[in-house]
Design a protein around this ligand. Structure first.
Ligand code: HSE
Length: 305
């Protein structure tokens, strides 16, 4: 088989909720998956090569999310064989958007291989949001930075929000996976008005705090009453890790997405590493091994070549 066309994409990790912004607020992080997608001149099943995170576990057939996403754009337009070469740095099932990254990578890489009419970024966002089911991860993976998503009828509307240039992130990644389905199964279907009001008030604080660099507001603004109280039992030491982060530096801390990682947001600088060490130590005192990643905010979103 010989090569007909090739595309390359890089997709950032994403963290969502950020405490009170359940299912609507997301942030792109400077940690990336890469995908080279090749189209060859023979016909046949896709070939899938994966290095890094998930190399052992991820499926190598049409059930793979990158492949599903790519085929949703390309399948009917060419019978040619697709070869996927992925380098993954985003840990799986840790609340860091690995599924969204796989879907966005497959869609954008396949779209690039097509001759006109290719789909627009906005169209690909709608595709990705439907395929992934969590538009709060998809929006920052595609557009970068801090994003809000609003659902209107069947469509998802995306809004870019401002994030202060000094904003930094620390992600504490425990050594156990927490599938999103499991973390959603523990949530009630309805919420109490008081809990909703608490979250609205914190979300009102959080977005200007992130824009203006009001680091002193973050500890209060990143608390949550809608999902974390139910999910805490799934993450040993959860409340202690949050508290350890807040005691180690000026920051806010929350479950990253549906977990299992814990996110702290703080100004860039030496305190970030200190906050990370404090979270690792708190996990460790509950018998959980973890590693802390000090990450910049990604402001570009998916990059396509
Ligand atoms: N907002 C979603 C949740 C993220 O918390 O369940 C899933 O990746």
């Amino acid at each position: 088989m010989s090569l007909v066309a090739r595309s390359f994409v890089r997709v950032p990790a994403t963290t969502t909720n950020l405490g009170p912004g359940f299912d609507c607020l997301g942030l792109a992080l400077g940690l990336y998956n890469e995908l080279a997608l090749e189209m060859h001149d023979d016909a046949g099943d896709p070939v899938i090569k994966i290095e890094g995170e998930g190399a052992q576990a991820l499926p190598r057939d049409n059930s793979n999310l990158m492949v599903k996403a790519a085929r949703s754009v390309i399948a009917d337009r060419t019978p040619r064989r697709l070869v996927f070469k992925a380098k993954n740095n985003i840990p799986l099932a840790r609340g860091l958007g690995s599924s969204a990254a796989a879907i966005v990578a497959g869609l954008f890489a396949a779209n690039r291989l097509l001759r006109k009419p290719a789909l627009s970024r906005e169209q690909l966002f709608q595709y990705a949001a439907v395929l992934e089911g969590h538009p709060d991860n998809v929006a920052p993976a595609i557009y970068g930075g801090l994003t809000a998503v609003v659902k209107e009828n069947k469509d998802f509307k995306f809004y870019p929000l401002k994030a202060h240039p000094r904003l930094g992130a620390v992600v504490c990644v425990p050594d156990f996976e927490l599938p999103t389905s499991q973390a959603r199964a523990v949530l009630p279907n309805s919420v109490l008005r008081n809990d909703a009001v608490e979250n609205i008030s914190r979300a009102l604080l959080l977005t200007p705090a992130l824009e203006k660099g009001r680091w002193d507001w973050l500890a209060q603004a990143m608390k949550d009453s809608l999902h974390q109280p139910y999910r805490a039992a799934l993450v040993p030491g959860f409340n202690e890790v949050l508290q350890a982060a807040r005691q180690a530096g000026i920051c806010g801390a929350a479950l990253s997405g549906a977990g299992s990682s814990i996110l702290a947001l703080c100004p860039k600088g030496p305190d970030a590493a200190k906050i990370g060490r404090a979270m690792v130590a708190a996990f460790s005192s509950h018998g959980v091994k973890s590693r802390a990643l000090v990450l910049p905010i990604d402001r570009e979103g998916v990059r396509v070549k």
